[in-house]
Design a protein around this ligand. Sequence first.
Ligand code: ADP
Ligand code: MG
Length: 692
Amino acid sequence: MSEKTLEVPVKGMDCAECVAHVQHAIAALPGVQSVEVFLSSEKAVLRLDPARVSITQIRAAVASAGYSVPEPAETTSTEAMSAGFTRSILSLFGVVFGAILLIVIAGEGLGLFESITTSIPAPLGYLLVLIAAYPTFLNVLRAAMKRQVISHTLMSIGVIAALVVGQWVTAAIVVFFMRMGDYAERFTTERSRRALKNLTAMAPQTARIERNGQEYEVPIAELQIGETVIIRPGEKIPVDGEVIAGQATINQATITGESMPVETGVGSKVFAATFAELGSLRVRATHVGADTTFGKVIRLVEEAEAHRADVQRIADKFSAYFLPVVAFIALLTFLISRNPLSTAAVLVVACSCSLALATPIAMLASIGAAAKIGLLIKGGKYIEALARADVVLIDKTGTLTLGRPELTDVITLNGVPENEILALAASAERYSEHPLAEAVRTEARRRNIALYEPQAFEAVPGFGVRAQINGSSISVGSRRLLTQPLAVSVDLEAQGKTALFVQKDGEVVGVMGASDTVRSEIPQAIAALRKLGIKEISILTGDNERVASALAQKLGVNYRANLLPEDKIAIVKEYQAQGHIVVMVGDGVNDAPALAQSNVGIAMGAAGTDVALEAAHVALMREDWMLVPEAFHIARRTMRVVKTNIAFTAIYNLLGLTLAAFGILPPILAAAAQSLPDLGILANSSRLLRHR
Ligand code: ADP
Ligand code: MG
């Protein structure tokens, strides 16, 4: 059976409930394995068997749920526009009508209310209410035909109840506030949608390329990998690539959140959506379109909604029970008090909308604010885990250290010349991405040593590399890679250096020493983590015991040395089995599986490295360790806001229900009260948009 991923746009969703409706409708189709629906990016992502389900069926399923999948070019069709136009006219009508009535009600004390009720003929009043409520009634009716209850179902019953007992002014006011509630909700979702659109809008649309000595301007979609792209001063870079000529000062704030420009020259990596402030460049494209770091960031932010926090799941479940409970209370109120107005008040005062909004709005605000400072959080789930985490595990090479080790020693054994050892080692490391491999190659280049082309190459994660060179098998790596015990003792490790053993056909011919600098902000970052109350901080490294213990002691943390990538996973699992919430910080080299296993995997320097960006849950787009404690701060702040949002809505609804049931809250005030929590949540959550 074949399976593929399909993305379809979905229009018309403006509340959290809509997501569940669309999700159910699509999931019910045969051939659909899984579906995730995103409110903020207005799309559904499906895993499906293309042989069993077609786009037409999906479109029909979405339509039957009351939403639509636009035809590829339909989005701006006049039909859609006029439908939108009609809707906004009706909405406007509702607002104006309501506003007028509000003024009237304000004058109730002056007796104006009475005179209006008597001066406007009742049939006209009824008609006005029905026109204003039409869009809502339509939605409720559509849902009802599919045996669904939406948040406005009960309110609509409340409106009808008020009309039946002749209180048309009351009904009008309820409708007014119901429409206002809709606006508040649409406003909040629009806002998060716009944040996404702003992000996407930063992606360049065209590129200037050179083909056969000629310059052309082409749309991004037509770009090919390997092509030469020309960037002039002040222009946005359209691709991820390597500089082949020129020099420029580049502002990478779009990716890293860091506005200090960086100098680039031949050999530097550049990223799409960053721009050249000064200087021109010729760049060879290595990634284009959606495959660029920026393209991936956009996709990850869009899909952050899929990783819902547990609190959100609880709130969603709660919403499902909310409506039946309210209906029951309304029934009870009616049976006991026989007062249709109290009953109507109960029906209109409670709205599960705010509850559904409480978590995602705060999460979206935080994810957006964090992205701006170069901290990419892939979903609410990770914010929640970060806020509760109590163990931080740190990879050493490339994470604690700069990951740009330098080769300090080359020791020959068995009389093989130094440069020959380096030549063999650098050739074996030719295709390795490990920072140590880079150190070996750099030293060989510095000494102008020509490299051999390996016939075979194999990376042994956590050990080193093995290669076939000129008919010999060469291995370079840690002591554990040795096939024979080493006769000579080496004291490189006592100096805190990483020893790399070079073995040729089973015989150790040399040892090289490499040392790496610890990132300067580490002590400060660790102090900040301690201040946050993180008790267990430990270094996990594949390096030797001596190097690890010296470093751990200096930083005042624990360590585990001589670890293989699978040992790192096992340690993460060990902590988790003891009930700890584990944050693992790594660089994606040899530690990607451990990052994925931890509750929150944080990847350093994720700009430009695929593994780190994919495997981690939080990616640091800029190499700054202070972003780690910052991530904890953001998470804790977010959870505080989420909790106040939920508590506020729950208490508010409870209070409203009680007052309404006892007839203290008249329907008019109940309706007004109903739209307030949305605004409260919006205001409370928008605090998260402001950074520090
Ligand atoms: P860390 O856990 O500190 O990030 P790794 O797991 O990446 O370290 O590597 C562990 C050890 O394996 C290194 O200290 C080194 O001795 C050896 N090693 C791994 N990859 C290579 C390589 N490409 N070349 C040489 N040695 C390597
Ligand atoms: Mg590493």
